[in-house]
Design a protein around this ligand. Sequence first.
Ligand SMILES: *Cc1c(COP(=O)(O)O)cnc(C)c1O
Length: 245
Amino acid sequence: MFDLVAQIGRNLADLHGRIAAAAARSGRRAEDVRLVVVSKSVGPAEIRAVVAAGAADLGENRPQQLWERAETLADLPIRWHLIGHLQRNKLRRTLPCVHYIHAVDSLRLALAIDEEAARRAAASPPAARRPTAVLIEVNVSAEPAKHGFAPAEVEPLLPRLAELRNLEVHGLMCMAGLGGGLEAARRQFAALRTLGDRLRRNAPPGIALGELSMGMSGDFEVAIEEGATMVRIGSAVFEGVGIGD
Ligand SMILES: *Cc1c(COP(=O)(O)O)cnc(C)c1O
């Protein structure tokens, strides 16, 4: 019989090896790069298998699917990451299930997250209160169809974000453009890292820019070589399990 956990376990082990090698090439340790397993194109059985194989951070790009899965799989110790676009009217249901929001792409969204997080904090015991961790999405490829701030828009935004008590900026996120192949992707990842390095020097108190969420199945090694601290990988984790390939 086909052993889902074993197949996914082999894929994960292979990925961890490649992540460690790419981290070493950038002078870092494997632990410096967090793997977020993107589960958007598999079902609950595959998610249970990947958790059994050791994954703890899972990502979904659609808020509604994230809620449904967080509910169906509430018995599992999963930290859910929302990696796709978030509409403000989806916040109320998203915040209770999410560990990290990767794609804050407008000031209006940041303000709305802060407001909803404040509302939730007021209704929780002090020990359970924590600010919502977010990343700022930057459109490094300048493709009009992509979400995210233009690189030059990020710096003027930081003082506003620093005022928000219930939202905590941890870093930047990007997706490489569709064209141009790996070398174009590398330039875009390097541009995100350079932006983070530059802004970090003068960042207002309370704004951390240490995290860089960049790299997917096709380009994560390049992203790690350029400084990624989180990679979002879907299809390579589930290769050979008969879904989405
Ligand atoms: C789907 C998706 C990924 C993962 O893509 P794969 O090519 O399957 O690894 C990463 N990031 C975002 C924002 C996605 O939507």
